[in-house]
Design a protein around this ligand. Structure first.
Ligand code: SF4
Length: 460
């Protein structure tokens, strides 16, 4: 089976130059907001060190903390379920819904349920699922996946939202005022909240000592859904655990600043036990996470708190759009999580990076993202998943760079060729994709080595 590459999907995104530039600038604006918020906290680097150490520690004793969490949650009256994979997770959710005789579900943002493709599964079973996060609701109406983990509709402009609401909510044609569009969504969602029979939420943090789950939103939609519906189902990956309640502040201080540049997320809600007469369920999902945990080079990727900062800073993500990754979590972190799930299908993602290391620099839990991308490249190559042209090219470059003589001769040849060959050939976009959007540099008269040899040498 052949798959579309990241490059070919990115090429399609780049056909709309205006949108690409706007996407790039918008995310860079978020990155700058993050920087301002970070510089306002003198101990930010200490917080990063602490968060990284807490997550390392938790992952090293994950089995113990999971058992502790389960016992504490059960003591609180919560029903805890374990799902080995997406299919089991979805079946558990459906069982809970069916046991209540329910058909209407309101859902707050959860990348795990996206990963499990829960919405199409439930809709096929006759359940109405309404995403209540504004961005998620917009893309749900458009039948698109999220393109960012924090800003799911960041690829859309207000004109796109206006057209979507005109079609699905009956707003005035051509309406683009964000406030009026938000008000229309609010009215539409209010009715859905009131009718919700089961509220699904994700989990940002799960606290082992208390058995509580913590959900962070800016819209309060998780709170409203859970407050109104008689059943709350919270889905969490096994990596969401932190040991103690006192650890939480370290992460909440990092999360909002890294994600959107806010000092704190608007709503940080703790769910510990069901209200009287109601039900609360927590589904703990593996779905290949233990496989990643067992890979020493990549286990640190499980420290991710899904802030999205690595996406906002990544020059490749900003100019290729989240859909070009074809994976639930796009961007640099998605490119090290996805090969764990399907190496062949996602074999081009570790190459969707300049390896500049900006992702690693902004990551609040200090994941060595660019190092892991580089390691996946080697695994992809060893597994023979490189396209033939790239495989031959890399082998050729490996030999060339290993031989000083060959390197010297090719440099000399290249400088001459660039001077002598016609522009139409050196800038032919079929032969030289590099030249599609860039000028080639003026070739120098001599190499650095030649220039250096002509310089006065220090006396020995
Ligand atoms: S890898 Fe780091 S920067 Fe990227 S989303 Fe996860 S926590 Fe945020």
């Amino acid at each position: 089976m052949s798959y579309l590459t990241h490059a070919s999907r990115a090429e399609a995104f780049n056909l709309d130059h205006e949108r690409t530039s706007w996407h790039d600038e918008t995310l860079w604006f978020v990155r700058q907001k993050r920087d301002k918020a970070v510089y306002a906290v003198p101990e930010f680097q200490e917080l990063r060190n602490l968060a990284s150490a807490i997550k390392d520690h938790t992952l090293s004793r994950l089995d113990e903390y999971l058992a502790q969490f389960e016992a504490a949650a059960q003591t609180n009256g919560v029903r805890v379920h374990w799902a080995a994979d997406a299919a089991e997770h979805n079946a558990i959710v459906l069982d809970i819904i069916r046991a209540r005789g329910a058909t209407r579900v309101v859902k707050s943002k959860s990348m795990l349920t996206e990963e499990c493709h829960l919405n199409p599964y439930l809709i096929k079973e006759g359940i109405e699922v309404i995403d209540t996060d504004l961005g998620e609701r917009i893309i749900q109406m458009r039948d698109e996946p999220p393109s960012h983990i924090v800003l799911p509709a960041i690829h859309l402009k207000k004109e796109d939202v206006g057209a979507t609401f005109f079609k699905h909510l009956g707003t005035a044609e051509g309406l683009t005022d964000p406030q009026q569009l938000t008000e229309a969504a609010r009215q539409h969602l209010r009715a859905k909240f009131l009718a919700g029979e089961v509220a699904l939420t994700g989990v940002n943090f799960a606290i082992a000592e208390t058995g509580s789950v913590v959900v962070c939103t800016n819209e309060g939609n998780a709170d409203l859904g859970v407050s109104l519906a008689p059943v709350h189902v919270a889905s969490m990956g096994i990596e969401k655990l932190i040991p103690r309640l006192s650890d939480l502040g370290v992460f909440t201080r990092l999360l909002a600043r890294s994600a959107t540049g806010q000092p704190v997320t608007t709503y940080t809600s703790h769910y510990t036990k069901p209200m009287p007469g109601r039900e609360m369920h927590i589904i703990i999902v593996d779905n290949e996470r233990t496989q990643q945990l067992g890979r020493p080079d990549f286990r640190a990727s499980l420290k991710c708190i899904r802030c999205g900062a690595c996406m906002n800073t990544c020059p490749v993500y900003r100019r290729s759009g989240g859909h070009s990754y074809d994976f639930t979590v796009p961007g640099p972190i998605g490119s090290i999580l996805s090969p764990n799930i399907d190496l062949k299908k996602h074999s081009t993602l570790p190459f969707a990076s300049t390896l500049c290391g900006s992702c690693t620099d902004v990551c609040p839990v200090k994941i060595d993202i660019h190092v892991q991308l580089y390691k996946w490249r080697q695994i992809v190559s060893e597994a023979n998943h490189l396209p033939t042209a790239k495989k031959i090219g890399l082998k050729f470059m490996g030999r060339l760079l290993a031989s000083p003589t060959a390197f010297k001769l090719s440099g000399s040849f290249g400088r001459r060729a660039l001077r002598l060959l016609p522009y139409g050939l050196t800038h032919n976009q079929t032969v030289n994709a590099w030249a599609i959007a860039r000028e080639l540099p003026e070739p120098p008269q001599q190499s650095f080595r030649e220039w250096f040899a002509q310089q006065p040498q220090p006396a020995t």
